[in-house]
Design a protein around this ligand. Sequence first.
Ligand code: PGA
Length: 303
Amino acid sequence: MHVTLRQLKVFECVARHLNFTRAAEELHLSQPAVSMQIKQLENSAGMPLYEQFGKKMILTEAGNELKHYSHAINKLLQEAGEVIEALKGGQSGRLVLSVASTANYFATNLIASFKKRYPETTFSLDVTNRETLLKQLENNESDLIIMGRPPREMALTTEAFMENPLVIIASPEHPLLKHKNISLEQLQDEAFVVREQGSGTRIAMERYFSEKGVRLRTGMEMNSNEAIKQSVEAGLGLGIVSIHTLALELEVNKLAILHVEGFPILRHWYVVHRDGKRLSPVAESFKAFVLQESRNILQLPKM
Ligand code: PGA
């Protein structure tokens, strides 16, 4: 049976109204055009689809069967149209997002708010350090990346959207907490627990102290902000982390921020992708959301 979608659409409408004139009105067609489509459909079905008793139109058994299928097919077509429109508008689709370890303290909030607006979107989130993010950029592995200062030597599109202050933390009993203006020299005798090589926080910290000509005792190295916070809390030394990681600990006084000259080191968060990358509509939509809404959604913990 050779049937066109157009014939099915016309038949569905006629079967619903049981009236050629009303179907023609709804479809913005002439009545002869509607009759012609139904006639062709009957020809390919090889059976009559309706009977006419005076003004009353009745579907035959074949007509009733076809009504059922044409209704289902039309609905599916309509659904397909809606799915495509949603993809075009960035209201659905899957986003592959990679964020710096430290950015994970707020990235999930951004995703949750975005999903409230666009529930049909799905995410794959990779949380990793700066070095791995650079490799992903190189290999074009993610749709979007949220990271600290992007490298200058790569051709990237980058947009800053929020501050990322790095602070020095101590356990609440640390003697330096009594001091208001701690000099960098005073820190030279302290033990520091630092992030792993390849972390953006680590690079920023090293750059800062080397510019100031100060050498720190950085014997203990850990590859997560949580491990650093717990070590500092346990009294293993001082730590340098982003304020974003501290919301909970500051609130319950498990950790305290030292007042050190030149601190916080002020960095920024960026949404990044390679130059010339063709962003999917959902990636475009998430990027715009982050740039416009992050200030309303996210709050930096108080220093
Ligand atoms: P990190 O990155 O989590 O690798 O330290 C954060 C940043 O680049 O500031």
